[in-house]
Design a protein around this ligand. Structure first.
Ligand SMILES: Nc1ncnc2c1ncn2[C@@H]1O[C@H](COP(=O)(O)OP(=O)(O)O)[C@@H](O)[C@H]1O
Ligand SMILES: [Mg+2]
Length: 385
């Protein structure tokens, strides 16, 4: 059968994408790679658009466009070659979205990306969707910063409103004299000052939402960072049932308020009394959801593909407990041979050209019997990782 016969209803994507349909993925990183692998299993082709040749996503995709995100002609050809466009990162330039959106269905939609690209819009949105957030103020100049410090107090965290990741573009202000150098380093970009949250733990909850409005929410996980980069996720988070349920509820509420089609991760702080504060939203599969690849019947990547393709979502049920370790360069490269030898560890490698320090090269999931993680201390939970 030809592609045309099996591709189903694609014009405007009013129905599900048929076998052999093509999903366009903007971005060439590991999130796109793992989405493309999940898409292939469901019978779809992926076409990756990214500036770098031989990117992790392109290595597993049926087609690739190597071009800058500003290349209007290449974007138009890409849009014409795919049935639906999705994104593996949220910081898609506004100009790129303006070119793509009229030419192809974009999932998630442009408005979701606009909100999640800007910490001010995002914080406002979280609060309006009923997710409490720490006090914050917009900071455009030094007078704003002085006013914000007076209102919020110290310690506080000064962040760029856009393009921050892995702790980049932020500074913790502990004393009044930290303010001027931090402002000088981060400005002239628009900034936000947030109260420093004395959290007991950091967690995240991942939710998928389909074209029919159905949601599938994964168990919330506990995240530990090293050098501001995610190091470990413990699934499920070792939380009270009330806190865990609240995290899931918040994630589902956000997906609905955003009218999301796709997957989002909500990062939350857990306070010592078990209450939650929202930190940020990523409208895509998330590093803290990689455990779902091996511990759930359907991974976050499969759910993302299902949502984008207009298929029914799968269950987000967990059949094992899991611990995920990120393999970050160069130490992650050294760990790889021992991970391959250890039973019960499931290794994943992203095919990056270089093992530069701080780069995410892969991850490994350790599976544990369902319900057993809670009784383990960190050392026992991490055996073999
Ligand atoms: N207001 C805050 N209070 C305490 N810690 C914070 C605060 N904001 C961020 N952090 C710490 O910095 C990390 C990175 O910040 P985040 O806002 O998630 O930015 P990104 O993940 O985009 O780099 C968080 O995971 C948390 O450990
Ligand atoms: Mg974060």
């Amino acid at each position: 059968m030809t592609t045309q016969v099996t591709a189903g209803t694609v014009a405007g994507m009013t129905g599900p994408l048929g076998h052999g349909g093509t999903i366009g993925i903007l971005g060439g990183g590991q999130l796109g790679r793992m989405s493309a692998m999940a898409a292939a299993r469901l019978g779809y082709r992926c076409h990756v658009f990214a500036p770098d040749a031989d990117s992790p996503g392109m290595q597993v995709a049926a087609a690739a466009t190597v071009a800058p995100f500003e290349d209007a002609a290449a974007l138009a050809r890409f849009a014409a070659a795919v049935d639906v466009v999705t994104f593996e990162f949220e910081n898609v330039p506004a100009g790129t979205l303006a070119i793509l959106a009229p030419l192809a269905p974009c999932r998630p939609g442009v408005e979701v990306l606009r909100i999640c690209q800007d910490r001010l819009l995002e914080k406002d949105f979280l609060a309006r969707a009923g997710v409490p957030v720490a006090p914050w103020r917009a900071v455009h100049d030094e007078a704003d910063l002085a006013g914000a410090i007076a209102a919020i107090g110290l310690p506080a965290v000064l962040k760029t409103t856009r393009l921050g990741y892995d702790g980049r573009g932020q500074a913790v202000l502990r004393r009044p004299e930290d303010a001027a150098p931090a402002f000088a380093r981060l400005s002239p970009r628009p900034l936000i000052l947030e109260a420093f949250v004395p959290f007991a733990a950091e967690i995240s909850a991942i939710v998928a939402r389909g074209t029919d409005g159905a949601v599938a929410v994964y168990d919330a996980v506990e995240n530990q960072h090293r050098d501001h980069i995610l190091d470990l996720s413990f699934a499920p988070a070792r939380l009270s049932a009330t806190t865990a349920a609240a995290a899931r509820r918040h994630a589902a509420a956000l997906a609905e308020s955003l009218d999301l089609v796709g997957v989002l991760a909500l990062e939350l702080f857990v306070l010592p009394d078990g209450s939650l504060l929202g930190n940020e939203i990523a409208p895509r599969p998330h590093n803290s959801g990689h455990w779902t690849m091996d511990a759930c019947a359907a991974s976050q990547f499969e759910q993302h593909v299902r949502a984008v393709a207009g298929l029914p979502l799968a269950s987000a049920e967990r059949h094992h407990d899991a611990v995920m370790r990120n393999l970050v360069g160069p130490a992650g490269l050294e760990l790889w041979p021992s991970l391959l030898k250890t039973q019960g560890i499931i290794p994943h490698w992203y095919g990056k050209a270089e093992a530069r320090p701080g780069r995410k090269l892969g991850h490994a999931n350790r599976l544990l019997p369902l319900g057993s993680l809670r009784a383990l201390d960190d050392a026992a939970a991490l055996q073999g990782l």
